[in-house]
Design a protein. Structure first.
Lengths: 297, 228, 242
């Protein structure tokens, strides 16, 4: 008597379980999962506007070269994008030489552009490769307001040592872990306080504007530096490594036409142009995909 | 107010933006609804077991509370190591949210089963209903009103939590928030919030409709019916 | 394997010192949680009690609570920051919106759960409306009300981590910075500590409930709970069941 009752129950539970499983794998085959394993070119981007812009520029260049591409914007951090490249979910990623080097070799100490590129080619994992690097660069930079620069006579990180004790720095949450010791070592600077902001976004800008921080870590292609008349501090001792822009690709997924197209883009791109494009995203609300088409003509 | 409306209009006037919003909305729907279904399907047998078996009750309900305290972002990122999925797989978000749904629904299932009027269950047994059929035909339908309230809460909660997946690139409408924030553009953020609310409302209405359909006796009753 | 790395991270005393150390982060996190729950309770408890007591507007209230639950916290955070330019205020406002629904639902459901007979008896004894609310319905509502507060606290502790996105401190910093720099042990440690904090606060509130809820109410809520449940509680309920 009980047997048929429990049989029904078991069948129902198994059916439910299978449905759940089927639904999960359905979900992953969908727009949610990635392509890439069937030979299609998939370009990813990190989750900030400039990376999305570079992704669209690469995409447009490849399309003009007759390569079929899909884009997967805003994937997240480098951990995620590197993993995605290695498991084939994406096949091309616009990258920054210095940070990319560090993600493969955390102990790397080289900072000059060509040294960084050479070291990168050595440590890139099997199955991935870097194409030619652009002269366009987007690296970290410490920024102060006009008033601060004038009143303290600040124009270079060299001059920070006697001043740091009274200065508050606004930087992203990862900054202290990475640079606090380095800046003390290289420039003898220990800030009075470090406020955690976002990564060169509205929080950082607001911190500098409001005066809560006198020094802020931004990016060299931030359009807001010029727009506000802010001063970038020079880095003569090369604390911040070179961050040339280059494509990181999964080996064997791009034909020669594709590789040539991307190398052409890298050759054509300059830091000034990139800054201007960033400005248009923020001030003119231009969409990255439209800017890419314009840039490549 | 009007500059905001203008801004939203301007944002939506670009076809690539419209396409993006539409795609993200679709992604959001799948990411929110799938876990709800899976979570519900998983919570019912688990809750049933916890309610029946004395010694299972405390550990099962306890683990549910603990699970709910784990921040969603952490759960999303750990999923690949647990599931063996690829990092960009939507399944990571789906399973994590399904776990949250189960955690949310376990106690209501147990409570609902606890609250079943003993005399009705006894009558069903006396009429010859075997345990499994009784569960499906009598106990579960009577639990629906109480459960429905919690499922509505879980639905709203999931729809809101999906956005956090934006940090790992699978955030549905959440992507509009990070994008709008970084470019200091309110329009995509407002669109994202409004669409999230609309989606929640639509789901809520759907669930209320389903509950009404599943409990015809409540409508026929003299009281104003289930308030939940 | 990852857990031994996490334990190593936690055992490293360097992580417990300085402005970025665990104690500071916990205090920051606690600050936002406590302020949020207090303000949310200050808004939601009176509202829920009054609406439950008068019996009018219940449907609107439940609908409002559900609508607020659907507001995405990340969306609110980013929206508010761009508008208000203040990390602290944006975070508190967004978290309060998150915390109000469970407390509101708990308060409302709590008042509704008091046996009609008891309220009628009180009316019969000559207690005024306000006296009924304060002396009879409020104590009776306490189990579900406090359940709503516990639920709100859990959600706030978990969601404060999201505010790290706009540069806020708290345990979310460990999570987000760990994610951004690929430091998984730090990330998991952050998640673990957040969960622990939530559990500690929950235990604290459970203890508080024991102290505050009159014994008679506690026993009757535990024993005769069926009648209130059959009446179909609102979306709020105790503990994590929400």
């Amino acid at each position: 008597m009980k047997r048929s009752g429990s049989m029904k129950r078991i069948v129902a539970l198994v059916a439910a379980g299978l449905t759940a499983l089927a639904m999960t794998s359905c979900g992953s085959a969908d727009p949610l999962g990635g392509g890439g394993t069937d030979g299609a070119v998939v370009i990813g981007s990190a989750d900030f506007p400039e990376s999305e812009l570079l992704m669209e520029i690469y995409a447009e260049a490849l399309r003009q070269a007759g390569v079929e591409v899909a884009t997967r914007p805003r994937l997240g951090t480098r951990e995620i994008t590197n993993t995605a490249l290695q498991d084939g979910s994406i096949t091309v990623m616009p990258e920054y030489s210095g940070n990319l080097l560090r993600s493969f070799d955390p102990d790397a100490t080289v900072t000059a552009p060509d040294e960084v590129y050479a070291a990168l080619q050595q440590v890139v994992p099997a199955g991935l490769e870097v194409l030619e690097q652009s002269t366009a660069e987007d690296s970290d930079v410490l920024v102060v307001t006009q008033q601060t620069a004038q009143s303290l006579g600040l124009s270079s990180m060299d001059q920070l040592e006697p001043l740091c004790g009274q200065l508050t720095l606004g930087a992203a949450g990862e900054w202290p872990g990475r640079w606090k010791d380095k800046i003390a070592q290289l420039y003898g600077c220990t800030f009075r306080q470090i406020l955690s902001t976002d990564v060169a976004g509205p929080v950082a800008l607001e911190a500098l504007r409001s005066g809560r921080a006198q020094v802020v870590n931004l990016n060299t292609t931030s359009p807001d530096i010029a727009a506000n008349g802010w001063v970038e501090l020079a880095d003569p001792r090369n604390m911040y490594p070179s961050q040339r822009i280059l494509p990181l690709v999964r080996s064997g997924t791009l034909n020669q036409a594709g590789v040539d197209a991307l190398n052409e883009v890298s050759a054509a791109l300059t830091t000034e142009q990139l800054t201007e494009l960033n400005r248009r995203i923020i001030e003119d609300r231009a969409a990255p995909v439209d800017l890419a088409k314009e840039f490549l003509g | 107010m009007t500059p905001m409306v203008d801004d939203i209009g301007r944002y939506l006037s670009s076809p690539s933006n419209r396409e993006k919003v539409f795609e993200l909305l679709g992604e959001h729907v799948v990411l929110a609804v799938l876990p709800l279904l899976i979570g519900l399907v998983a919570a019912v047998p688990l809750g049933w077991a916890a309610q029946r078996v004395r010694w299972l009750r405390a550990p099962v309900l306890g683990s549910a509370s603990v699970l709910y305290t784990v921040p969603s972002l952490a759960l999303f990122v750990i999923m690949p190591s647990i599931l063996g999925t690829r990092i960009l797989d939507g399944a990571n978000v789906v399973v994590a949210l399904a776990l949250y749904t189960v955690a949310l629904l376990l106690r209501p299932v147990v409570d609902a089963l606890d609250a079943l009027p003993g005399h009705v269950v006894a009558a069903a047994t006396a009429m010859g209903y075997r345990p499994a059929r009784r569960f499906v035909a009598v106990e579960l339908p009577m639990a629906v009103p109480v459960l429905a309230a919690s499922v509505r809460v879980a639905s709203a909660s999931n729809i809101s939590l999906v956005s956090v997946g934006a940090f790992i690139g699978i955030g549905g409408l959440g992507q509009l928030f990070t994008e709008g924030f970084q470019t200091r553009y309110l329009a995509p953020i407002v669109i994202g919030i409004l669409l999230t609310l609309l989606l929640a409302l639509a789901m809520d209405l759907l669930l209320v409709g389903l509950r009404r359909a599943a409990t015809p006796w409540a409508r026929a009753g003299l009281r104003a019916g289930a308030r939940a | 394997m990852i857990f031994s790395q996490v334990l190593a991270w936690l055992a490293d005393s360097a992580h417990w010192r300085g402005p970025g150390g665990v104690p500071v982060r916990v205090v920051e996190h606690l600050y936002y949680t406590v302020v949020t729950v207090l303000v949310a309770a200050g808004i939601a408890v009176p509202l829920g009690l009054v609406v439950g007591h008068t019996g009018r507007g219940g449907v609107v209230l439940v609908g409002l609570a559900n609508a607020m639950r659907a507001l995405p916290t990340l969306g609110l955070l980013t929206f508010l920051f761009l508008l208000l330019r203040s990390q602290g205020t944006s975070t508190l406002l967004a978290l309060i919106v998150l915390a109000v629904p469970p407390v509101l639902a708990g308060s409302y459901a709590g008042v509704q759960s008091v046996e009609r007979d008891v309220v009628d008896a009180a009316r019969g004894m000559g207690l005024t409306s306000a006296q009924r609310l304060w002396q009879v319905e409020l104590p009776g509502a306490l189990p579900l009300l406090l359940g709503g507060v516990r639920s709100a606290t859990l959600q706030v502790v978990a969601t404060t981590t999201v505010a790290a996105y706009i540069g806020l401190g708290g345990l979310g910093r460990l999570l987000l910075d760990g994610l951004r720099s690929g430091d998984y042990p730090q990330m998991v440690a952050g998640a673990l500590l957040t969960a622990l904090l939530a559990l500690l606060l929950d235990l604290l509130l459970a203890g508080l409930a024991r102290l505050v809820v009159p014994t008679g109410v506690r026993l009757s809520a535990a024993g005769a709970g069926e009648s209130s449940r059959r009446r179909g509680r609102g979306p709020g309920s105790e503990g994590v069941g929400l």
